[in-house]
Design a protein around this ligand. Structure first.
Ligand SMILES: Cc1cc2nc3c(=O)[nH]c(=O)nc-3n(C[C@H](O)[C@H](O)[C@H](O)COP(=O)(O)OP(=O)(O)OC[C@H]3O[C@@H](n4cnc5c(N)ncnc54)[C@H](O)[C@@H]3O)c2cc1C
Length: 333
């Protein structure tokens, strides 16, 4: 196991922020992961788990050991797939859809690894990872204990889980219960119109195709235009508060959600006229108000100044505190 010192993470996060890891390694097996975790334990180093870096903001250099999970492998047992954490999420969606298994089609084109998918219970177009998650395996970094978590133990919620709040666990494998029977979710109007327009019936393949098409038109490709997808969570307000706000702003975009009404953060930001707003090299995307893009060489200072303006304007007009969706490192920044 090669563990390197003072490694640049600039090409290991999709926002392309320049920061360095004190120690860095890539683990291709569980044994290598355990070895790396033990290395950190012996030196009392904090461990940070890394996937493809599509949901992190590097606010500065990272003390400790960054372990990038590269463990490969997909095994199928009837309608259950067991997937190693280093696999690419979209490749998994493509392979399950093409082998006639339903359940992941609405989650096509979400960047990142399978191991990171439970961390914020990835979701899109009416479906969340939690809809198919059966269990997962993880290593407890401070003790090297290996544990299987049932879905209930993962404490999944909207863009949240036990693992987003407690980074002592590194997810090595995920098991998903898929189905050979079509239970497709087509509630999102864009999917329906795509299927109609292209004269496609409802199938896993056609829905994945529709979702891929819609996403590619709405979200900048992080491989070409550095970004982390949605920068803010959609705020959930108590129904009474949301209704009061809707009286002042009749066009307010809101949907039923657990705990009240979920508002569209993109709508709130758009109303502030912030699309295209720039600080240095960071810009609120003109394509999607929830996405912040780095036009090249943007600094942490510029990013956080821009984020501050967005949050302040939304708070002043709507009284809502926007919450940042990606994890910010180092902790406590
Ligand atoms: C263009 C774009 C669109 C996106 N669209 C969506 C969307 O529709 N829905 C959605 O939910 N998300 C979306 N995201 C966010 C992102 O794709 C997901 O959160 C994804 O799961 C992150 O995977 P990753 O491997 O890049 O994780 P990373 O960014 O590397 O890590 C994210 C967090 O997970 C932790 N982590 C990573 N791997 C592990 C592991 N094996 N065990 C424990 N913790 C781990 C990290 O420590 C970090 O806290 C989007 C991002 C982009 C750039």
């Amino acid at each position: 196991m090669n563990i390197h010192q003072n490694v640049s993470l600039a090409d290991k996060n999709t926002l392309r922020l320049d920061a360095r890891a004190e120690w860095y390694c890539e683990a291709f097996t569980v044994e290598a992961l355990l070895e790396a975790a033990e290395f950190a334990l012996n030196r009392k180093l904090k461990v940070i788990s890394l996937g493809e870096g599509s949901n992190i903001v590097l606010a500065g250099n990272l003390a400790g050991l960054v372990i990038k999970n590269r463990i490969p492998g997909v095994n199928r047992d009837a309608e259950v797939v067991h997937v190693a954490g280093g696999e690419n999420w979209h490749s998994l969606v493509r392979s399950t859809v093409s082998s006639g298994l339903f359940g992941l089609e609405n989650l096509a084109l979400i960047p990142g690894t399978v191991g990171a998918a439970p961390v914020q219970n990835i979701g899109a177009y009416g479906v969340e990872l939690g809809d198919t998650l059966l269990s997962l395996k993880a290593i407890h970094l401070p003790t090297l204990e290996q544990k299987t978590f049932s879905k209930a133990e993962c404490e999944l919620a909207y863009r949240d889980s036990l693992f987003k709040r407690n980074d002592e666990w590194l997810i090595t494998h995920v098991s998903l219960a898929l189905s050979k029977v079509s239970e497709c979710v087509t509630t999102y109007p864009g999917i329906v119109s795509y299927l109609k327009e292209h004269r496609l019936g409802i199938s896993g393949e056609s829905i994945a195709k529709a979702v891929t098409h819609i996403r590619a038109g709405k979200l900048p490709d992080p491989l070409r235009i550095p970004n982390v997808g949605s920068f803010f969570k959609n705020p959930v307000l108590e129904t009474e508060r949301a209704e009061a706000l809707a009286k002042v702003f009749p066009d307010l975009v809101q949907h039923e959600a657990t705990g009240g009404k979920k508002l569209s953060a993109a709508w709130l930001i758009d109303q502030m006229g912030l699309k295209g707003f720039r600080v240095g090299q960071f810009v609120v995307s003109n394509q999607h108000a929830l996405v912040i893009i780095n036009e090249g060489g943007g600094t942490q200072g510029e990013l956080f100044e821009l984020v501050g303006v967005v949050k302040q304007k939304v708070k002043y007009t709507f009284g809502i505190d926007l919450e940042i969706e990606p994890r910010i490192y180092p902790d406590g920044f």
